[in-house]
Design a protein around this ligand. Structure first.
Ligand code: OSB
Ligand code: MG
Length: 373
């Protein structure tokens, strides 16, 4: 079928989080997000740039993404025709890094292709291995252990299958001990967001007593070799997040045994084409994957749900209900979970959730429109 990128509209939206989210690199109260709308023949496809407000998770941040989209990424594709969304990434491949920004546009093109073909996005990407995806939650660093325990109770009661807690030096071994005392048998994991170094090996070994499913990204955001050394010293499986930005990184990490599990984030690897490659490599190596999150709005969340229907997404991901993040989402209905802690996929074309355009416009603070000649 194919499509031509006739129009690109960029929407900058600001939405406060229901509860602040704190990781080892900082606390977020309100999200600044860029939505990318690509248009062909009166049909729009939507994507989301999943970077943070500041360049602390990786090198990307909202303001930078906005500049890059307007000055480089949109001009690289505007007016061009493509047979498949899988080809769009090559137009921006000369730009180094900034995969979340390039991936926001790429994902929008997949949604556009799916809508033009009248198929759900999960079908277009080759997913659909399961009609409902298993869900976990990611719980940030809190002001007190009591507050953390309260939050875990809420999420376990809601049915979520796995709890991830954020850790950092000073909020790790003793906090996890308390959590394990209160919840001896839940599926539990910890995410350090690169807060440790190899000098902390003895300290990190103390985590082995807590029967964690995995520890996510303990070491530097770009350090695969050190993770291999740490994994050799730990019983707890390491899961890589920040380190895996391409399929090639995944291959290197698996060859070096730098981890036993991989978190795939659609944006971090630059969109669906690369995410599928990472998925396939892990599957060939017998390495399970799960879908990570970046506190997305309904659009990014719906893309994550589609991605998580690929066969090797066998572990519960960080994709959870809209209401955990927002008072009101930009899609209607919102993403919700079943009492089994799953999200059910549907058959609507594209990412599958109708947009609440009126609300979207009410939270939009910047807008840019690019038309092909
Ligand atoms: O490392 O997975 C991470 C949020 C922002 C930045 C990095 C991470 C996260 C999360 C939240 O863990 C996942 C979510 O609920 O969207
Ligand atoms: Mg992480």
């Amino acid at each position: 079928m194919g499509f031509k990128i006739e129009h690109v509209r960029l929407h900058w939206i600001e939405m406060p989080l229901v509860h602040f989210f704190e990781t080892s690199f900082g606390r977020t109260y309100s999200r600044q997000m860029i939505l990318v709308e690509v248009c062909c023949g009166g049909v729009s496809g939507w994507g989301e740039v999943t970077c943070g407000e500041h360049p602390y998770y990786n090198e990307e941040w909202t303001e930078g993404a906005w500049e890059l989209l307007n000055a480089y990424i949109v001009p690289a594709v505007l007016g061009k025709s493509f047979e498949k969304a899988a080809e769009v990434g090559k137009c921006t491949a000369g730009m180094k890094g900034h995969r979340m920004t390039r991936g926001g546009l790429e994902a929008a093109c997949w949604d556009l292709e799916a809508r033009l073909a009248g198929v759900p996005l999960w079908k277009l990407i080759g997913g659909g291995a399961r009609p409902e995806i298993p869900c976990g939650v990611s719980i940030g660093i809190q002001d007190s252990v009591a507050q953390l325990l309260g939050k875990i109770h809420t999420e376990v009661d809601a049915g979520y299958q796995r709890i991830k807690m954020k850790i950092k030096p000073g909020w790790d071994v003793e906090v996890i001990r308390e959590v394990r005392r209160e919840f001896p048998s839940i599926l539990l994991m910890a995410d350090a967001n690169s807060a440790y170094t190899l000098a902390d090996i003895d300290h990190l070994k103390k985590l082995d007593e807590f029967n964690l499913m995995m520890i996510e990204q303990p070491l530097s955001h770009d350090e695969i070799i050190d993770h291999a050394q740490l994994q050799a010293a730990l019983d707890t499986p390491i899961c890589l997040d920040e380190c895996i930005r391409t399929a090639h990184h995944a291959e290197q990490a698996l060859r070096l045994k730098a981890g036993r599990i991989i978190n795939i984030k659609l944006g971090r690897v630059g969109g669906f084409a690369e995410a599928i490659k990472v998925h396939d490599i892990c599957q060939r190596h017998g390495i399970p994957v799960w879908c990570g999150g970046m506190l997305e709005s309904g659009i990014g969340r719906a893309h994550n749900i589609a991605l998580a229907t690929l066969p090797n997404f066998v572990l519960p991901g960080d994709v959870s209900a809209s209401r955990r993040y927002w008072k009101r989402d930009i899609i209607d209905p919102w993403v919700d979970i079943t009492p089994r802690g799953t999200i059910v996929t549907g058959d609507a074309p594209g990412f599958g959730y109708p947009l609440d355009l009126e609300f979207l416009e009410s939270v939009r603070t910047r807008h840019e429109s690019h038309a092909a000649q």
